[in-house]
Design a protein. Structure first.
Length: 235
C-alpha cells in the first residue's frame, strides 16, 4: 500500500506505553462514563437510580491524551480545574453488541487515568443544556498511565486513591462502580463498534476538587499501577 500524499505531515497517532512491551499501544478513541459512583453523583447534585436510569457517555479527542509524569499548563478559560481519578479500560478487540457475559473477550488491559475537567464550564453547559466539550475536551486533559496488559480479565474490586501535594482527596474502591466493567462494555457497544485502542474512562468516585499551578497529583489503583501529573503555570 502506498501512502497518500498529504498537504502537510499528519499529526502523530496518539499512543501509550505498555508494561513489559517495547511497542506502544495506538489510541483510537477516548470514551468516558458519566456519574458511575453514587457518592460522586450525589456531590455533583445528580444522584443515580440504576433501576430507572441508563449509563451515559461522553468522548474526549485522542489528541487530548498526555502520558503520566507530564507537566501540563493550567488550561485557559477556567477558574476551577478539577481532577477525576479513574480506572481506564483498554479495548483490544473489535466488539459490537457484546453480551455482558462475553465482555471479557474485548479487554486488552487497564490503566490509571485522570479525566481533567474545567468544572466551571462543564456546569454552565449542564445548566444550559449545551454540549460538555469545553468542560471536558481539554488539550492535554486526558492523562493516562502505562497500559497494563490483562487480556480477558474483568476487574471487580481494588482501592483507588488520589492525592494532591501528598494529601488524600479521593479514596474509594472499584467495587463501588454503579455500572461495572461488563455492563459498560455491553451497553457502550450497543452504540459504537468498539475498536482496538479505544480507551474507556470508567468514572470517578467522590472527592473531586480543584488544582492550582504548581500542584502535583498522584493517583494509584490497587492491582493496576499509578499516575502522576504536574500542573504548570498558565500559558
Ligand atoms: Mn470522569
Amino acid at each position: 500500500m502506498t501512502n497518500p500524499d498529504y498537504l502537510w505531515t499528519p499529526s502523530p497517532v496518539a499512543s501509550l506505553p505498555v508494561r513489559g512491551q517495547t511497542e506502544r499501544l495506538p489510541i483510537h478513541r477516548i470514551f468516558c462514563v458519566g456519574r458511575n459512583y453514587h457518592a460522586h453523583a450525589i456531590e455533583m447534585g445528580r444522584p443515580v437510580d440504576k433501576s430507572v436510569e441508563r449509563a451515559f457517555y461522553f468522548t474526549k479527542s485522542p489528541q487530548t491524551l498526555v502520558s503520566s509524569g507530564a507537566t501540563v499548563p493550567y488550561p485557559p478559560e477556567t477558574k476551577d480545574y478539577h481532577y477525576e481519578m479513574e480506572l481506564v479500560l483498554v479495548v483490544g478487540k473489535p466488539g459490537f453488541r457484546v453480551p455482558a457475559e462475553r465482555a471479557h473477550e474485548v479487554i486488552y488491559g487497564y490503566a490509571c487515568g485522570l479525566d481533567m475537567t474545567r468544572r466551571d464550564l462543564q456546569l454552565v453547559a449542564r445548566e444550559k443544556g449545551r454540549p460538555w466539550d469545553l468542560g471536558k475536551d481539554i488539550e492535554q486533559g486526558s492523562v493516562c498511565s502505562e497500559v497494563v496488559p490483562m487480556e480477558g480479565v474483568v476487574i471487580e474490586r481494588g482501592e483507588l486513591v488520589l492525592e494532591v501535594n501528598g494529601q488524600t482527596r479521593q479514596q474509594s474502591d472499584l467495587s463501588k462502580l454503579i455500572w461495572n466493567i461488563r455492563e459498560i462494555i455491553a451497553d457502550l457497544s450497543l452504540f459504537y463498534h468498539l475498536q482496538p485502542g479505544d480507551l474507556i474512562y470508567t468514572g470517578t468516585p467522590e472527592g473531586v476538587g480543584a488544582v492550582l499551578p504548581g500542584d502535583r497529583i498522584d493517583g494509584r489503583i490497587e492491582g493496576v499501577g499509578d499516575i502522576v501529573l504536574h500542573v504548570g503555570a498558565p500559558e
